[in-house]
Design a protein around this ligand. Structure first.
Ligand code: ATP
Ligand code: MG
Length: 478
């Protein structure tokens, strides 16, 4: 079969072809670029394999491009990269690889195109397009990759056990491609993942997490998580999530399976946001349910405090998964902690003060929190879903109303610790905290107006009630 070359590729393919011919290197486009083009997916990075020296090819090609691009050379890997019209093109010599048991870093020797295709992870990733004069544009497909693209199948070119044992990251990649492309994993390939799952331990957590995040960024991440769970990989890489799986029944009462519930919340949320960290908050929103689960004979199953414990678990989980420990983690933590609050506001007779508290606590992340809560509705009863959604619309209206009136987004109380210390001549102490909280609560409760003068007067009252005397004469307010 011939690869249909698009106008924007023609020039660069010709140039690579001529340059490689002059150097005497047969050259090919290989791997993900070919796959994605055949699937009509956007493809940015292009890999060129030549039977020869990839670094020479890149350097020679660069001299023929205008303007001449910078060539990044990775001597240790025998690769070179240059950027041309927004495409990153990587050059490498064809190679054969052999693996040792304790490392996913192979020993590499020069090889043929066939050797190079043999070392690739999946049949659909092993397609090559010839850039050589005699068969320019021909697709070289030793493992039926074209057929598998059509049938939407992920399958290893060689014996799958060997493929995964050699480089266990490929197990994560298989599941990631199945999720991204909505492909099935061939039965013997899937079986081998389950069999060799323990090998994942030799892969660095950073690498595993890159694949995990690609699964989470897919249109329907549940596909990947179910595969991870069913092969036993999830239990190894992310045991807290695997622990959500399962149902317990007592006195005829069963709780829902929190693993499948979480996946449904995640899929729901993915329809409304592409924000990776918001998606992570869906994954983690009920993470403490196994740890907080109790059976109370009068009430049935309860998970009291799972939002608080869940938020406390976030830093440990992020650290182990090598996810960032900066503001992104804080954001996920906050959403996990607050995920029940909007539900509590759907009850009747909600005071303005409860609404104000949520505005203050959620700040700029309020819209994201509402998206998470809406995704958290997973009832199978359409009438219930409808009613819950309507309740949330009401909550949103109330939030908007109170916000318009009180401007409490990202609100800071007008009375700071410094003001209190100065007013009463105090060092940092328990009293400062008590007064500060009292002022904040009084404003949020609507007992004291949200301005400095009213808050200052209230602060003086509170201090006096604690037996403190103001340093300045009364009436000497700022
Ligand atoms: P994406 O760019 O979406 O991550 P990709 O398939 O292009 O997908 P890359 O990591 O860019 O993945 O790798 C390019 C090609 O290199 C792959 O298509 C595959 O042929 C080969 N490859 C990458 N990683 C491995 C691996 N761990 N084992 C075997 N072959 C691999
Ligand atoms: Mg790629």
């Amino acid at each position: 079969m011939i690869f249909s070359i698009q106008p924007h590729e023609r020039e660069i393919f010709r140039l690579i072809s001529q340059t490689a011919a002059e150097l005497g290197y047969p050259a090919y486009v290989v791997g993900g670029y070919v796959r994605d083009r055949l699937l009509a997916r956007p493809s940015k990075d292009m890999d060129i394999v030549c039977v020869g020296n990839g670094i020479h090819l890149a350097q020679e090609l660069a001299t023929r491009l205008h303007p001449m691009p910078r060539v990044a050379v990775y001597q240790r890997f025998g690769t070179a990269m240059l950027r041309w019209n927004d495409i990153e093109i990587e050059f490498v010599g064809a190679r054969r690889e052999s693996y040792r048991h304790d490392s996913r870093k192979p020993t590499v020797v020069d090889g043929t195109l066939e050797d190079d295709q043999n070392r690739r992870d999946f049949t659909i990733n092993a397609l090559a397009v010839s850039l050589n004069a005699q068969d320019f544009g021909t697709i070289i497909d030793p493992f039926n990759g074209l057929q598998h693209l059509k049938e939407k199948i992920i399958k290893t070119p060689l014996e799958p056990g060997r493929t995964f044992s050699d480089d266990p990251l490929r197990m994560m990649r298989a599941i990631r491609f199945a999720t991204q492309l909505d492909f099935a994993i061939a039965p013997e390939t899937l079986q081998a993942i389950a069999e060799y799952r323990d090998r994942i331990r030799i892969v660095s957590m950073e690498r595993v997490t890159i694949e995990l995040n690609k699964i989470i960024e897919s249109r329907q991440p549940s596909t990947g998580f179910k595969l991870l769970f069913n092969t036993g990989l999830l239990q190894l890489i992310f045991p807290e999530m695997a622990a959500l799986h399962g149902v317990e029944k007592r006195q005829g009462k069963a709780h829902k399976d929190n693993f499948y519930h979480t996946l449904q919340v995640l899929d729901n949320l993915c329809r409304t946001t592409s924000n990776l960290w918001l998606r992570w908050s869906a994954i983690l929103h009920d993470i403490a349910k196994p740890a907080t689960k109790r059976f109370e004979p009068e009430h049935g199953w309860t998970f009291h405090g799972h939002e608080v414990l869940g938020a406390a678990m976030v830093p440990r989980i992020f650290a182990r998964l090598k996810l960032p420990l900066d503001h992104k983690m804080k954001y996920v933590q906050k959403l996990v902690l607050l995920h029940l609050r909007p539900i509590s506001l759907t009850k009747e007779n909600i005071t303005d003060s409860a609404i104000r508290r949520l505005l203050v606590d959620a700040g700029d992340d309020l819209e994201d929190l509402m998206l998470l809560c809406q995704a958290d509705i997973t009832s199978k009863n359409p009438q219930k879903v409808q009613r819950y959604l309507e309740n949330y619309e009401m909550v949103k209206e109330r939030l908007a109303e109170v916000e318009a009136k009180d401007h409490l987004r990202n609100w800071q109380p007008p009375i700071t610790g410094e003001i209190i210390m100065e007013a009463f001549g105090l060092q940092p102490s328990r009293e400062v905290g008590i007064i500060k909280t009292a002022v904040r609560e009084a404003i949020l409760d609507g007992k004291v107006e949200n301005n400095l003068e009213a808050a200052y007067a209230y602060m003086l009252e509170q201090g006096k009630a604690l037996g403190l005397a103001p340093v300045n004469e009364p009436g000497n307010n700022p």
